[in-house]
Design a protein around this ligand. Structure first.
Ligand code: AMP
Ligand code: MG
Length: 319
């Protein structure tokens, strides 16, 4: 592999092979940021203990610093060093990790992370991803990695290496290409409270999945403060107006289709919601880059992962 071909600051897309993962681990130890695939979306990773490195994430994304980051860990024992797990948290972790689910838990008092990661909150968001590239990078580096989605703050999340390059290329020295993300929507964020659990952001793991494991319904969202950008009304937004539940588009609209409504990009011709979730952000990136003035989206059923798809679509309409 050619190290000489990259000057830090220029996006450098490399296939995520062993040599690239070794190089990425060295970048991370040097306090640099690296874009990497997960099963949900591409993440922008930095050593969670290094304040300068974490500051580079906020700077590259243009992310407000009151917005905390998810910390990725290599296994459950690494997670327990950062957060306090009660019985319910243990059961959820046991059922869904590694996988597309993030737990928000009380921060361990002596957790080895820099303060900016949690934006000063008494809680921490933790995830153990199933993606082989993320797992290999965690193992190779021996670090815990702060990693929000690798897109400019508020914009469309990246599900392919080329989305990262288009959005953040100039601000990220290295982008590991692991192909398209299988789930395609950000992780489900679950907060554990003293008296139960709450969904902060809907995602690939549904409330019904969690209910089956813990045996009780989610708490009614308290929603007093914004704890996650997933709760902000404008997020995941293209630069163009978006109109939802469209069966007959206007001539000037670029149509994201579903099932029998084909459009300019059909999320799933067979009407498969998991396939639609995997394709959603790629369709939005294409729609945004097209010559059309505005974007229309066919109706998506509000069931299973369709709930998370509609959540992202609703936020995409607010600019
Ligand atoms: P992103 O990966 O860009 O979607 O951002 C990470 C998500 O995790 C955001 O929605 C954060 O607000 C959320 N998050 C991180 N830490 C916490 C926390 N302590 N409490 C609630 N949400 C959190
Ligand atoms: Mg994000």
């Amino acid at each position: 592999m050619m190290f000489g071909s990259n000057t830090l600051g220029n996006g450098w897309v490399v296939p995520a092979d062993d040599a690239a993962i070794t190089a990425a681990a060295q970048f991370l130890h040097a306090g640099q940021i690296v874009a990497i695939p997960t099963e949900t979306v591409y993440g922008l990773a930095a050593d969670a203990q290094n304040a300068d490195a974490v500051a580079r994430i906020y700077a590259a994304k243009g992310r407000p610093d009151f917005n905390p980051l998810i910390v990725h860990v290599a296994d459950i024992s690494a997670a327990r060093k950062l957060a306090v797990f009660n019985d319910m948290a243990e059961r959820i972790a046991d059922a869904f990790w590694p996988g597309p689910l993030t737990l928000v838990l009380p921060l361990q008092p002596d957790a080895p992370i820099t303060r900016a990661v949690t934006a000063g909150l008494p809680t921490i968001a933790i995830r153990w991803s199933a993606h082989p590239v993320m797992q290999a990078l965690l193992a190779k580096s021996g670090l815990s990695l702060a990693a929000p989605s690798a897109n400019p703050s508020g914009g469309i999340s990246p599900t392919r290496a080329e989305h990262v390059l288009a959005g953040l290329g100039g601000a990220v020295p290295m982008i590991l290409d692991g192909g398209p993300c299988a789930a395609g929507l950000e992780s489900t964020i679950v907060a554990i409270r003293d008296d139960g659990w709450e969904i902060l952001r809907p995602g690939p793991v549904t409330p019904e999945d969690i209910e089956r494991v813990v045996g009780c319904k989610p708490l009614v969202a308290q929603n007093t403060t914004i704890e996650a950008p997933g709760q902000m009304s404008s997020h995941y937004a293209p630069t163009k107006p978006v109109r939802l539940n469209v069966t007959a588009p206007e001539p000037a609209e670029w149509l994201i289709g579903f099932g029998s409504i084909s459009g300019d990009y059909n999320l799933s011709a067979s009407g498969n919601l998991a396939q639609a979730a995997a394709n959603l952000f790629d369709a939005m990136h294409h729609a945004d880059a097209s010559a059309a003035r505005s974007i229309a989206v066919a109706p998506i059923p509000r069931e299973g992962i369709g709930i998370a798809i509609n959540d992202r679509l609703n936020r995409a309409t607010v600019r």
